[in-house]
Ligand binder design. Structure first.
Ligand code: 6GU
Length: 225
């Protein structure tokens, strides 16, 4: 899978993909993530990428031409499955969306800034709009990094333990059960006995009960979905 990220702040994304699972996925050729600076596509001496909003009001709007030029230069190289705009007024990201997108081949992610992008791009070029939650970030870059991580870690070969993505919180709309490692006792704090008893069937049942109980308590909304 290939992910191309278009941004006016490439520096914010540098480093985000050069560690851990994301790095391994790229080293193994499972995914490639490319960050593109929008600035060179801007106009005039200052490579301007934003302008005043028609109708007035505070805040600048990202201009159409640089975004279209950048996107079309990418589209001239390959076919993209989606052009995704990261925006707080998009559809809220969840595990199901990450799962869906992990099945795609090529994605473009657009990071919004200022007051957002000219709405015509959203009408004519963008195919999907995603928010990472109900709060406002200063730009779409961190959201693009979050989305990229959520997608790439699901790709076959990205993780060491192929089954571990399946047992994540949310993969079945349940929170994950608690986990423990050695020592079995520390300052009198004990690991639940069932986990050290070796009865794998009983352990599965216990974990499922824990998942249900934690979900009911912390995220009852998940059980209604
Ligand atoms: Cl995608 N962008 C911004 N700027 N803020 C956000 C967001 C995206 N998702 C949640 N907050």
């Amino acid at each position: 899978m290939r992910i191309d990220i278009v941004t006016v702040q490439p520096g914010l994304l540098e480093g985000a993909f050069s560690h851990s699972i994301l790095k391994r996925a790229q080293d193994k050729g499972v995914a490639s993530v490319h960050v593109h600076d929008l600035r060179p596509f801007g106009s005039g001496k200052h490579f301007q990428v934003d302008d005043y909003a028609y109708g007035g009001g505070a805040g600048m709007v990202m201009r159409l031409e640089p975004l279209v030029a950048c996107i079309e230069s990418l589209q001239s190289e390959r076919t993209y499955d989606e052009v995704i705009y990261l925006t707080p007024d998009g559809e809220r990201l969840n595990q199901g969306i990450a799962n869906q997108l992990s099945l795609k081949g090529n994605l473009i992610l657009l990071c919004g800034h200022y007051k957002g992008i000219d709405h015509r791009l959203r009408e004519h070029v963008v195919t999907r709009e995603i928010s990472i939650g109900d709060y406002v970030l200063s730009g779409g870059e961190l959201a693009a990094a979050v989305l990229t991580d959520a997608i790439v870690r699901l790709l076959p070969g990205a993780m060491n333990d192929e089954t571990s993505a399946l047992s994540d919180s949310f993969q079945d709309n349940l929170l994950a059960p608690p986990v423990y490692t050695r020592p079995a006792e520390f300052r009198g704090w004990k690991v639940p006995e069932i986990l050290t008893g070796g009865d794998t069937k009983a352990i599965d049942v216990w974990r499922h009960q824990q998942s249900l109980e934690r979900t009911r308590r912390i995220r009852p909304d998940l059980l209604e979905e």
